[in-house]
Design a protein. Structure first.
Length: 220
């Protein structure tokens, strides 16, 4: 399918899910889109994902309809320590940057966000967190805990006072859909649909290639 088509996309190898009397069909690692043919659901490739080396986090995405065409490349920025990734088109022009949230902020802000020139940063804050850790602290730990729902008070306090620096806080995150916003505008969402993690670009200006890069890095 065309990589620049509108609508949801997912990352993976499954071409056809398993079903009664039908085995699962897998293919290359790719950006995929859901399509139904004769009542059977398929995940058609839109862009094949090639990783330079295992663990390198350097990727080239190729157009699935024209194998020689590069959709975009993703690579760590020089000196960024794996926290910033440049996304370029096939001609080498920079499209934007995907960022990795610092460990101390990951219980407040989602681990990945992006920046597209000419637009506000596209960031996902968890539903109970507004502003930075300092902003939350100014409202008081008790308020933050009430907003956090099931999130333990000790975790919130760790965020407020920096005890989570250098730690991965994945275990504290609720398994809920993620909404990335640019200012007050919803730019991108991610969640499970019929058991498949899907990404849906919403902002008309959002470059699909930046959304692909965020999703690929998030699935690494």
């Amino acid at each position: 399918m065309p990589w620049d088509a509108e609508g949801p996309f997912m990352i993976g190898e499954v071409v056809r899910p398993a079903a009664s009397r039908r085995k699962k069909l897998v293919g290359r690692h790719a950006v995929r889109r859901s399509v139904t043919i004769d009542g059977v659901r398929y995940f058609a490739a839109a862009a094949f994902i090639e990783q330079q080396d295992p663990g390198s986090r350097i990727y080239t995405l190729h157009d699935a309809t024209q194998a020689q065409e590069v959709v975009c490349t993703v690579a760590p920025a020089d000196g960024a320590g794996g926290e910033r990734y440049l996304v370029r088109d096939g001609a080498g022009h920079e499209l934007g940057v995907v960022f990795r949230t610092g460990a101390a902020k990951r219980a407040v802000q989602h681990g990945w966000w992006l920046r597209q020139p000419g637009h506000p940063d596209v960031v996902a804050r968890y539903h109970w967190a507004r502003g930075s850790a300092r902003d939350i602290a100014s409202r008081g730990t008790d308020t933050a805990v009430r907003g956090a729902g099931s999130l333990a008070a000790s975790v919130v306090e760790s965020v407020l006072f920096g005890e989570l620096a250098g730690q991965d806080t994945n275990h504290t995150r609720p398994n809920r859909p993620v909404t990335w916003r640019a200012g007050d505008e919803v730019a991108l969402t991610a969640g499970h649909t019929q058991g498949v993690k899907s990404y849906i670009p919403h902002a008309s200006w959002l470059d699909r290639r930046l959304a692909f890069a965020l999703a690929v890095l998030r699935h690494d």
